[in-house]
Ligand binder design. Structure first.
Ligand SMILES: *Cc1c(COP(=O)(O)O)cnc(C)c1O
Length: 386
C-alpha cells in the first residue's frame, strides 16, 4: 500500500496546456463573445455527434428553454417528463407556462418507461421532454414511434449524455432538439455553458435570434453600423469566447474521456458482481451505447435503509460520491406545493433517489483508484449490520 487513504473526487475537470493556450489567444484578441471560437466549437461538436446543427448557449437550461419557446409550447400545454431527473428538465417546461407531467423510471436503467409515456397522454399533451439518465440512452425508436403517432415535439435533455448513441445515432439527433451541458461535473466543461443540437435548420436559426435579444441583424449583417430592429421578444443566452475557446479544445479530449469512463465503469461492474443486496444501474442493450456518466448502485434488502449512513462513511473516507438525483422532481417543494405529490406514482424514482449512490468514473480516476473505491464500498457494506 503506497497510500492508505487516497482522496477521490467525484468529478474533476480535465484542463491543460491546450485550454490555457486557447484562452490566451482570446485574451490577446478583441472579440470576447459569439465569435470564431463559438463557431469552431459548434463545428467540432457537429463533427463529434455526426450530424445536425449546433448552437452554443449559456447553459443546458438555456437550450431547453429556447427549445420549448421556439416550438411554441406554452399555457394549457402539457409536456411529459421523467420524475427521476435534474430539476432543469421540468423547470424549462414550467418557465414557458406549460405543465410538466411526470412519469416513473425503469428501475434497470433509470430512464422513463415508454409504456408510462403512453398512459400519461391527454388531449393537452404537446411534447415529450426526455432525459438520457446518466448517459444511458432511452429507447429512441419506441419513444419516437409514440411521438410520431401523436404529433408530439421531442426535446432530449442530453446533459449527461455526450457520447451516447442509440442504434449508432448520437442522442439529441433523434428528437427535434438535443440540449447539452458543460457545467463542471459533466463530460466536458466550459465552466458554465451549453449546446443546442438539431437537424432542423429553421429551429436553429430561430433559436440563434432569440438567443440574442430577438435582434433581426447580426453584427456582420448590418449595412449601417449600429442599426438593427427587433421584431421578436428575446433573451441573452450567448456563450462567451472564453468559454467557447475552452469548449472547442475539450471536444478533442472526448474520445479519451469516454474510453476511461467506460473502463472505470466496467471495473466496478466486475467488482460488484456477486455482492448481495447491491445492483448497478446500466444499459444491457446492443442498441444502446452509454456515455457512462457515473455508476449508480441501488441498495436493496437490508441495505436499502442504510444509504445515508453509507454515504456519510464514504465521505469520511474521502471518497467523493453523489446521488442522481436527490429527489424525484415532483417531490421537490416547488412541484409538490403546486401539483401535490403521490409517492405511489413514482416507486422507481423514489427507489433511485432514496436508495442509490452514484460512484465516480471520471478520467481523473486510475484503475487502482476505482479498485480502491469499489473495495471501500464493499468493506462499508460488509460492516453494515441489519
Ligand atoms: C446538469 C443537468 C442539467 C443542467 O445543466 P446546466 O448546464 O447547468 O443548465 C440539465 N439536465 C440534466 C439531466 C442535468 O444533469
Amino acid at each position: 500500500m503506497m497510500n492508505e487513504n487516497p482522496k477521490i473526487d467525484f468529478a474533476a475537470p480535465v484542463m491543460g496546456d491546450i485550454e490555457r493556450e486557447a484562452l490566451q489567444r482570446v485574451l490577446d484578441g478583441n472579440i470576447l463573445t459569439d465569435g470564431a471560437n463559438c463557431a469552431e466549437f459548434e463545428r467540432g461538436f457537429e463533427k463529434f455527434t455526426g450530424g445536425g446543427r449546433a448552437l452554443t448557449v449559456s447553459s443546458c437550461m438555456a437550450a431547453l428553454h429556447l427549445s420549448y419557446l421556439n416550438f411554441g409550447i406554452g399555457a394549457e400545454d402539457e409536456v411529459i417528463v421523467p420524475a427521476q431527473t435534474h430539476t432543469a428538465t421540468a423547470h424549462a417546461v414550467e418557465i414557458v407556462g406549460a405543465r410538466p407531467v411526470f412519469v416513473d423510471a425503469d428501475p434497470a436503467t433509470g430512464n422513463m418507461r415508454p409504456e408510462l409515456i403512453e398512459k400519461a397522454v391527454t388531449p393537452n399533451t404537446r411534447a415529450i421532454g426526455l432525459v438520457h439518465f446518466q448517459g444511458i440512452p432511452c429507447d429512441m425508436e419506441r419513444i419516437m414511434r409514440i411521438a410520431q403517432a401523436n404529433d408530439f415535439v421531442v426535446i432530449e435533455d442530453c446533459a449527461l449524455a455526450m457520447g451516447a448513441f442509440w442504434e449508432g445515432k448520437h442522442v439529441g439527433l433523434w428528437g427535434d432538439a438535443g440540449c447539452f451541458s458543460f457545467y463542471p461535473a459533466k463530460h466536458i466543461t466550459t465552466g458554465e455553458g451549453g449546446m443546442l443540437l438539431s437537424k432542423n435548420d429553421e429551429f436553429i436559426a430561430c433559436s440563434r435570434k432569440i438567443r440574442g435579444f430577438g435582434v433581426d441583424k447580426t453584427y456582420g449583417e448590418r449595412q449601417i453600423p449600429g442599426m438593427y430592429d427587433v421584431d421578436e421578444l428575446g433573451l441573452n443566452y450567448r456563450m462567451s469566447e472564453f468559454q467557447a475557446a475552452v469548449g472547442k479544445v475539450q471536444v478533442r479530449r472526448l474520445p479519451d474521456i469516454l474510453e476511461k469512463r467506460e473502463r472505470n465503469f466496467n471495473i466496478y461492474a466486475e467488482s460488484f458482481k456477486n455482492v448481495k443486496n447491491l445492483r448497478i444501474v446500466k444499459a444491457d442493450n446492443k442498441k444502446a451505447k452509454s456515455a457512462y456518466y457515473g455508476l449508480s448502485i441501488i441498495l436493496e434488502g437490508t441495505l436499502s435503509a442504510k444509504r445515508n449512513e453509507i454515504l456519510a462513511r464514504l465521505k469520511k473516507m474521502h471518497v467523493g460520491c453523489s446521488v442522481y438525483y436527490p429527489q424525484p422532481v415532483p417531490r421537490m417543494a416547488y412541484y409538490r406545493n403546486k401539483y401535490g405529490y403521490n409517492p405511489e406514482n413514482y416507486p422507481n424514482a423514489e427507489l433511485i433517489s432514496d436508495c442509490s449512490i452514484t460512484l465516480p468514473v471520471g478520467p481523473h480516476l486510475s484503475e487502482s483508484d476505482v479498485e480502491y473505491v469499489a473495495q471501500t464500498v464493499k468493506d462499508i457494506i460488509g460492516g453494515c449490520k441489519s
